[in-house]
Design a protein around this ligand. Structure first.
Ligand code: GDP
Length: 424
C-alpha cells in the first residue's frame, strides 16, 4: 500500500490537476484535504476540458473514490454548480465515487459577502482575494462559528445553530460594514437548495478511509495552491488561509494516522503568481507578455492575468524542503520553447549580499533576483515522450534545476494532455 500526496511547490497553478489526473491510474482513492473553490485545477482528457475548483481531480477515473476531506472549505452552492457542470459533460457522480466528509465545515453564504466587503474596505491595500469567502470561512472555522456538513442530518439543531450564527454575523455585516444582514428565510432557501443537493454525498469519510487503509488501498492526497501560499510557511499575509503542506494531508483528509510515503511536488518550468504580494523574480513588459501568452497564464477561477517570471531556484528549493518532496514533476517545459535564452533566478540579492535561502516574508520586498541564462532549444518539444528525445539544451535546463533543488525530477510535462509526459 502506498499513500502519496501531490502538492504545489511554488505559488500554485503549477499543474497539479494534470498530474493527479495522470497518476490516479495507480490509486483507489483521491482526497482533497484543504482549501476551497478559490483556485482551479485544469484537467484535459478524453472527456473534454475541465476547470475543477472543489472536486478532486480523480473524478474522471472509473473506480476511483473521490473525497472532500474535513480540511476543505465546502461551499454547497459552488460545489453543486461544479457537479452539475461536470455531470453535463458525461461524468457520472454518485455517492459511490464522490464522498464529502461529515466533518467538513460549510462555507456559509455570508462568507463571500465578508470577503468582498473586506477587500473593498482595504482598497489599495487589498490582498487580491478571489472573493470566494475562503479567509472569512477559515477565520470562522477556527473561531468555531460555522457548521459541519454532517449537521444537515439534524434539521432542528441545525436551525438553532444557524440562528445563533446569523445573529452574530448580522452584527458584523450591518454594524461594521453597513451591509444588509441575513434572514432565516434566506438561510432556509440555502438549506433546501444547494445543501439538499449535496446531502446524499455527505458521509463519515474518516471511517471509509480507515477501512480503505486497512484493506491496502492506495490513497492519493491532492493539495490546492503551493508551499508559498501556506498559511504558516508561505509569504504571509499573502498566503491562503489553509495549510497547503503534505504534512497536513493526514489531518485534513480524515485519516490522521496515515503516513505519506511519497510526496510529488509539482514545479512549473517558470514562475507564476496570482494576486498581490512579493514576487522577487517578476518579469515585466514585453518579455512578461510573451511568456504569459505562451503559457496562457490566466487564472482558472478569475481569468486574471498571472504575474510571470523565470523559475525561482531560491523559492523552489524552499518549497521542496517544506513539503519534504520525494519526487518532482516539472510542468510546462514546452512553454519555454520559443526563448533564445532562458533566464533562471539562481539567487537573491538582499542588503548587498547574495543569499540562496528564502528570507522572512517581510524582507522579500527588498530582495532582487540574480539571473543566470541558459541556451534555449528553439524547437517544438510537445511531442517528445522520452528523456533521450529531449533536445540537449532542454536536458541541461532540467538537470540544472534538479541539481539546485536537491530532489529528483521524475516527470517532465510537455503539454496539458494526459499523455504529454516524460517519465524518467
Ligand atoms: P493547478 O491548479 O496546479 O492544477 O494548475 P492550473 O490548472 O491552474 O494550471 C495549469 C495549466 O497549465 C492548465 O491550464 C493545464 O492544462 C496546463 N498545463 C499543465 N501541464 C502543462 C504542460 O506541461 N504544458 C502546457 N502547455 N500546459 C500545461
Amino acid at each position: 500500500m502506498a499513500n502519496s500526496a501531490i502538492v504545489g511547490i511554488n505559488w500554485g497553478d503549477e499543474g497539479k490537476g494534470r498530474m493527479v489526473d495522470l497518476l490516479t491510474e495507480d490509486y483507489d482513492v483521491v482526497v482533497r484535504f484543504q482549501g476551497g473553490g478559490n483556485a482551479g485545477h485544469t484537467v484535459i482528457n478524453e472527456l473534454g476540458r475541465f476547470a475543477l475548483h472543489l472536486l478532486p481531480s480523480g473524478i474522471f477515473r472509473q473506480g476511483v473514490v473521490n473525497i472532500l476531506g474535513n480540511g476543505v472549505a465546502v461551499d454547497p452552492e459552488n460545489l453543486w454548480t461544479e457537479m452539475e457542470d461536470v455531470m453535463a459533460k458525461g461524468v457520472e457522480l454518485t455517492p459511490e465515487n464522490l464522498k464529502i466528509s461529515d466533518r467538513a465545515s460549510l462555507l456559509l453564504p455570508w462568507h463571500r459577502d465578508m470577503d468582498e466587503l473586506e477587500e473593498l474596505r482595504l482598497a489599495d491595500k487589498k490582498y487580491g482575494s478571489t472573493k470566494q469567502g475562503i479567509a472569512p470561512f477559515y477565520s470562522d472555522k477556527y473561531g468555531k462559528k460555522t457548521i459541519l456538513a454532517g449537521e444537515l442530518f439534524y434539521p432542528e439543531e441545525l436551525k438553532e445553530h444557524l440562528t445563533d450564527l446569523m445573529e452574530w454575523k448580522n452584527l458584523m455585516l450591518t454594524k461594521v460594514y453597513g451591509a444588509p444582514g441575513y434572514t432565516m428565510d434566506m438561510l432556509e432557501k440555502w438549506i433546501t437548495g444547494a445543501c439538499e443537493k449535496i446531502k446524499p454525498y455527505i458521509t463519515d469519510t474518516g471511517a471509509f478511509l480507515k477501512e480503505a487503509q486497512a484493506s491496502g488501498k492506495n490513497i492519493l492526497f491532492e493539495a490546492q495552491l503551493g508551499s508559498l501560499r501556506d498559511l504558516d510557511y508561505g509569504i504571509y499575509p499573502y498566503t491562503t488561509s489553509s495549510n497547503t503542506m503534505a504534512a497536513y494531508a493526514p489531518i485534513g483528509s480524515g485519516l490522521p494516522s496515515a503516513k505519506v510515503n511519497d510526496v510529488i511536488g509539482v514545479v512549473k518550468a517558470y514562475s507564476t503568481c496570482v494576486g498581490e504580494g512579493p514576487f522577487v523574480c517578476e518579469m515585466l513588459g514585453e518579455e512578461a507578455e510573451k511568456l504569459r501568452e505562451s503559457g496562457f497564464e490566466y487564472g482558472a477561477k478569475t481569468g486574471r492575468p498571472r504575474r510571470v517570471g523565470p523559475i525561482d531556484i531560491v523559492a523552489t528549493r524552499y518549497g521542496v524542503e517544506v513539503q519534504a518532496a520525494t519526487a518532482i514533476a516539472l510542468t510546462k517545459l514546452d512553454v519555454l520553447s520559443y526563448m533564445d535564452r532562458i533566464p533562471v533566478c539562481t539567487g537573491y540579492l538582499l542588503n548587498g549580499e547574495q543569499i540562496d535561502r528564502f528570507p522572512f516574508p517581510t524582507a522579500l520586498k527588498n530582495a532582487k533576483p540574480v539571473i543566470t541564462y541558459f541556451d534555449g532549444w528553439k524547437c517544438d518539444i510537445s511531442g517528445v515522450r522520452t528523456w533521450e528525445e529531449l533536445p540537449k539544451a532542454a536536458q541541461e535546463y532540467v538537470a540544472f534545476i534538479e541539481g539546485q533543488i536537491g530532489c529528483p525530477i521524475k516527470y517532465v510535462s510537455v503539454g496539458p494532455e494526459r499523455d504529454s509526459i516524460i517519465i524518467r
